[in-house]
Design a protein around this ligand. Structure first.
Ligand code: ADP
Length: 429
């Protein structure tokens, strides 16, 4: 942007318990390193003197508990130091969770109830710092040798994979400040839309599937059970959004609810928790460093996220363009399909389409620029309950020759011919 300062090397001295808040320039990356002292980015410690390169547009903070000197090379949109942060309250939460993990580990793994570590759910409006707090709690836990499970229910801005999904992955190391969550083998369910109102029943169904799958994994893995989970949620907290929060709390059997920056939501959840003696609802302050992102920015960053899936953060992946016959691929959609005309239904029947009905989709130009999920289903009737292997991006539809051209992360045959279509599109730029 025009307000970006000139590119120079700059040193910043940070006092104890303060942070350097940075918004990287929109066009160019920023290099940064820790010169002396100790510092962390969202819970992940910086190695001394190692230059890190942050991609354009990234917003983050370098926090120090005991003081540090940071060196930056490159232009930023903004950078400033703040000595008022909620970090002490966040790390206190971590300490409590740590106590619960230790207690869970010490108890007999045969007692699945007692040996269950904390199941934390982070809730609050958009731009309250939910993803950031989730990340800190996971990194601090991983630093102490735990392998907590990260569950991301935010279909708008997923941090595990492309938008429109709910997903989970174990966090085995503090999360890399540049690379983010590693993409190795996450458990992903494709919802296909970036807002839950498109198909609330489907959203709930997938949340149930994911929770059930994790429950099965926890049952045979005492280590991950003791480490527990951290669940990030959507910023939709009114009406149906609130219903979905309650649904997630129940479905994942969350026992710690962290409410960021909203008094009303806190008191509502507190009231609900009165009837649930083992659920603690905790109010936490929102960090002054959290950057608000408008709808347009969100829309854009969804695009960047999809691009990153195929091309990598630093253009370091090479996706393959493949051509298939229409008959090679079976595309399905869930719910919302063309409904039967009233005249075709028995008298009194409800013409509303079943939101969970899985229907085949004719391949035509409507598929162009769509991101489709590759299901692990073996039969169409497994599509609803199956997780997905990955995604393809439709780049051309040739109606005459009945050929479909698509981008996939790698060459070779797709793991399955069952594809799921939603409303997720992308315009490659
Ligand atoms: P939410 O998940 O509630 O929508 P995020 O945690 O994604 O909010 O935060 C919004 C944006 O603010 C993100 O880009 C994040 O990196 C940035 N951010 C969060 N905390 C800080 C901070 N202390 N300093 C600078 N940027 C921050």
């Amino acid at each position: 942007g025009g307000s970006a300062s000139a590119s120079t090397i700059k040193q910043v001295k940070l006092e104890r318990e303060s942070e350097l808040r940075i918004e990287v320039c929109n066009e160019t990356p920023l290099k940064l390193r820790l010169l002396n002292g100790s510092a962390e980015i969202f819970g992940s410690e910086l190695a001394p003197e190692m230059w890190l390169t942050f991609p354009p547009r990234l917003k983050f903070a370098v926090f120090t508990w005991y003081g540090a000197t940071i060196e930056m090379d490159g232009a930023t949109e903004t950078d400033y130091t703040a000595d008022e942060t909620p970090m002490v309250s966040y790390v206190n939460v971590h300490a409590v969770l740590e106590g619960r993990r230790n207690r869970a580990k010490a108890l007999s793994p045969n007692d699945s109830e007692a040996s269950q570590g904390p199941r934390v759910i982070v809730v609050g409006p958009t731009d309250s710092g939910k993803s950031t707090l989730s990340r800190m709690l996971l990194s601090w836990a991983a630093k102490q040798g735990w392998k907590p499970t990260f569950v991301d229910l935010d279909i708008g801005q997923g941090s595990i994979t492309v938008p429109g999904c709910i997903a989970a992955t174990p966090i085995e190391l503090p999360i890399d400040p540049v690379e983010g969550i590693p993409l190795e083998m996450p458990l992903v369910y494709f919802y296909g839309h970036t807002t839950p109102s498109n198909n609330v029943d489907l959203y709930k169904t997938l949340v149930n599937e994911l929770a059930q799958m994790l429950e099965t994994q926890f049952a045979r893995n005492a280590e991950s059970r003791a480490a527990g989970m951290v669940i990030n949620t959507m910023g939709w907290i009114e009406g149906t959004g609130y219903e979905l929060l309650l649904h997630a709390i129940d479905t994942f059997k969350a026992n710690v609810v962290l409410v960021l920056g909203q008094e009303k939501l806190f008191s509502m959840l507190k009231a609900v928790a009165k009837s649930k003696p083992n659920v603690d609802v905790v109010k936490l302050q929102k960090s002054g460093g959290v950057v608000s992102r408008n709808a347009k920015y969100r829309q854009k960053s969804r695009g960047y996220r999809i691009r990153e899936y195929f091309y990598g953060l630093a253009n370091d992946l090479s996706p393959h363009s493949n051509i298939a016959n229409f008959s090679d691929l079976l595309v399905y959609r869930i719910g919302g399909g063309p409904q039967a005309p009233r005249s075709a239904l028995p008298i009194g029947a409800d013409p509303i389409a079943n939101p969970l009905r899985v229907t085949p989709v004719n391949i035509d130009r409507d598929l162009l620029h769509m991101v489709l999920a590759v299901s692990y289903a073996k039969e169409p009737d497994q599509i609803l309950s199956s997780n997905v292997a990955g995604f393809i991006y439709i780049t051309d539809i040739d109606i005459q020759r009945k050929k479909i051209t698509y981008l996939a992360p790698s060459a070779g045959e797709l793991p399955s011919k069952y594809l799921i279509m939603g409303t997720l599109t992308w315009l490659e730029t």
